[in-house]
Design a protein around this ligand. Structure first.
Ligand code: MN
Length: 341
């Protein structure tokens, strides 16, 4: 968590900003953090990093174009020093991935003090915002990063129809109503750019989840319809993936590049529903197989399975990702199965 001094500092920087630019990760936590901060003053612009997790010099064009007076970077794991040096504006970086070296940017990362800390960026952004009416956004962003926030009881008080009582995370995320909130933040960022921008713009003004899910306003209805359409695509793939569940300790699901990418969400949900199994969700793109892996110590198995294979990967002990050349895919799967013996 941020200290009281840090919260005060960021609040002031935001209040004084005339045209801040928010770079955020394109997952649920990244979007949740942006919404929490933006909704304090509703000033500035946002840009989501979709295909990379590093803010490098290719994003200087965006800085030129928007000409912000301050830059906030949210839930982005990496930043190039060259970006900081050439952006030539105050930069405030809130993140919770492994700690990086950076000069001339204000860097806020709970892992600096405690390498094992796990505090999603949305949780910190909500410390800065502390708007009670935005608790549902903060909840959505935290859950998106598989984190049960300390304000859960307050949320239940305000939204009993979304959650009756605290249960274990997989149950709440994959079997209860509240699980739709993080999915909303993930799924609205998929699809054509113009629709994504429109959705995010609307989300900066939506007053409550009921405005969306009870379709109380035209804006809420737009978001609702988009979410339902995208969620259908996801559910269809989830159903396919569940057919791959056998007595084996591995769930391996491949799907086509013609379908929208839900690799991350599929892997999370299957692993939540089948906690004793290892999960690999793989999607072919060009000559590469991109996959998400889940399960106890799956990173260890991944590292060994990559030996002698044209590919790379990494991440957390129980949740990681890899990219493997298509020609070596079957070898990789063989190696991985051997690791599970
Ligand atoms: Mn995050």
């Amino acid at each position: 968590m941020l200290t009281a001094v840090e919260v005060e500092f960021l609040r002031n920087e935001l209040a004084e900003a005339q045209n801040p630019l928010f770079f955020h990760d394109s997952d649920g936590d990244g979007l949740g953090a942006f919404l929490a901060l933006y909704r304090i003053h509703r000033k500035g612009k946002s840009y989501a990093l979709g295909s990379t997790s590093c803010l490098g010099k290719e994003f200087l064009r965006k800085v030129e174009e928007i000409n912000p007076d301050k830059i906030f970077v949210l839930d982005i794991p990496l930043m190039k020093q060259e970006f900081v040096d050439k952006a030539n504006r105050p930069i405030f970086w809130l993140d919770h991935h492994p700690v990086q070296e950076i000069k001339n940017a204000r860097y806020f990362n709970p892992r600096i003090k405690d390498p094992l800390a796990y505090i999603p960026t949305t949780r910190m952004a909500y410390q800065v915002s502390e708007k009670p009416e935005d608790i549902w956004i903060a909840m959505a962003g935290c859950l998106a990063d598989f984190y049960l926030p300390d304000f859960i009881d307050e949320f239940i008080k305000q939204y009993p129809q979304w959650l009756e009582k605290v249960e274990d995370l997989p149950t709440m995320l994959f079997k209860r109503e509240i699980g739709k909130l993080p999915k909303l933040l993930f799924f609205l960022q998929k699809g054509p750019t113009s629709e994504v921008s429109k959705s995010i713009k609307i989300l900066t003004r939506i007053k409550s989840p009921d405005e969306i899910f009870k379709q109380e306003t035209p804006q809420g209805k737009f978001i609702y319809n988009r979410f339902i359409k995208i969620n259908e695509k996801f559910e269809e793939l989830l159903k396919e993936a569940k057919k791959k569940v056998t007595r084996s300790r591995l769930i391996l699901f491949n799907y086509s590049e013609n379908k929208w990418s839900f690799t991350n969400n599929l892997a999370n949900e299957l692993s939540g529903l089948y906690p004793d199994k290892k999960v690999i969700i793989a999607r072919k793109k060009d000559e590469l197989i991109k996959c998400s892996l889940r399960g106890k110590n799956v990173l260890y198995a991944l590292q060994n399975a990559l030996k002698g294979v044209d590919g790379s990967g990494g991440g957390h002990p129980d949740a990681c990702g890899a990219v493997i050349k298509e020609k070596d895919w079957s070898q990789f799967v063989l190696n991985f199965k051997k690791e599970m013996k």
